[in-house]
Design a protein around this ligand. Structure first.
Ligand code: GDP
Length: 325
């Protein structure tokens, strides 16, 4: 899985019945499309759509199931694709009847498992924005039960499926994607450990490592993540990139340079004595930290922006991530 610059990227396959929401997910997560615009996405007849996403560290492919695609078609080398895949996301439209989707899920998972038992199987129970909380849990239970019954009937209980409730109308889709991608990062425990050491030494309350383009967080320290904090990080990344795109590029030729580079950083003070701090780490990644105003103002905590510890951490993360991406 060599990316454009030769780096190894986590490879994700997005599958599901037509109209289940795959293109919308791709556009919203990787191309900053607003959820409402997806209403006007054209339906395509292609089975397979490649997304090179050279600006993100995740490499990504979409597969449709328009009616009968068959795995026996010799022109369709699914074996090669499954072999190179880290995670297979199967999207099920929760607002539609999902009997057909479940049988496709079963077929796909059993095929893929035969070729590559190391694939992570991730089921997105999608478009849950229309459902009440009770209804969501009920749907998830029902889909989970039926999918595992199908596997049990085929004596394939050892295949593990993970389930997520997702919608492009809130942050659940980003959160789910983050979890999927984190599983594909072998250095995750090391990164988490580094972030733990980093925050405990610098008066920071929470630190995230983000893929800037997709707003997927690939690691955080081991304190719990709450949705609000995560949403704030996403908002901050949007603000920084938007402002930088508008005012940060060379006026005479905006094609020169990038809205995100090694000088990218921002500090935002919230009205609750919290400071949010964003800093470039690698060409794909940014660190977003939360700290108290007092900590930020104490001189010794300049480490956050300029200190030795921070630079050392960045160096280590860069080294780690170069091995990966
Ligand atoms: P694909 O054929 O699997 O690529 O499906 P599309 O991405 O074209 O989506 C089909 C329709 O589902 C579009 O009208 C989207 O606006 C809609 N859709 C996608 N995601 C969501 C979601 O999370 N919630 C709701 N309510 N609709 C969605």
């Amino acid at each position: 899985n060599e990316g454009l610059s030769g780096e190894v990227k986590p490879r994700v396959l997005l599958m599901g019945l037509r109209r289940s929401g795959k293109s919308s997910i791709q556009k919203v997560v990787f191309h900053k499309m607003s959820p409402n615009e997806t209403l006007f996405l054209e339906s395509t007849n292609k089975i397979c759509r490649e997304d090179v996403s050279s600006s993100s560290f995740v490499s990504f492919q979409i597969w449709d199931f328009p009616g009968q695609i068959d795995f026996f078609d010799p022109t369709f080398d699914y074996e090669m694709i499954f072999r190179g895949t880290g995670a297979l996301i199967f999207v099920i439209d929760s607002q539609d009847d999902y009997v057909e989707a479940l049988s496709r899920l079963h077929l796909t998972v059993t095929r893929a498992y035969k070729v590559n038992p190391d694939i992570h199987f991730e089921v997105f129970i999608h478009k849950v924005d229309g459902l009440s909380d009770d209804h969501k849990i009920e749907k998830q239970g029902d889909i989970r039960r039926r999918a595992s019954d199908d596997l049990a009937d085929a004596r394939l209980e050892r295949i593990h499926l993970s389930f997520y409730l997702t919608s492009i109308y809130d942050h659940s889709i980003f959160e789910a994607f983050s979890k999927v991608v984190q599983k594909l990062i072998p250095q995750l425990p090391t990164l988490e450990n580094l972030l733990n050491i980093f925050i405990s030494n610098s008066g920071i309350e929470k630190a995230f490592l983000f893929d800037v383009v997709s707003k997927i967080y690939i690691a955080t320290d081991s304190s719990p993540v709450d949705m609000q904090t995560y949403e704030l990080c996403c908002d901050m990344i949007d603000v920084v990139i938007d402002i930088s795109c508008i005012y940060g590029l060379a006026e005479e030729d905006p094609a020169v340079g990038s809205p995100y580079d090694k000088d990218s950083m921002a500090i935002i003070r919230l009205n609750n004595t919290t400071v949010v701090y964003l800093k470039e780490v690698t060409k794909f990644l940014a660190m977003v930290c939360f700290l108290r105003e007092e900590s930020f103002e104490r001189k010794d905590l300049r480490v956050v922006s300029a200190g030795v510890r921070y630079r050392r951490l960045v160096k280590i993360i860069t080294k780690q991530s170069n091995r990966l991406w």
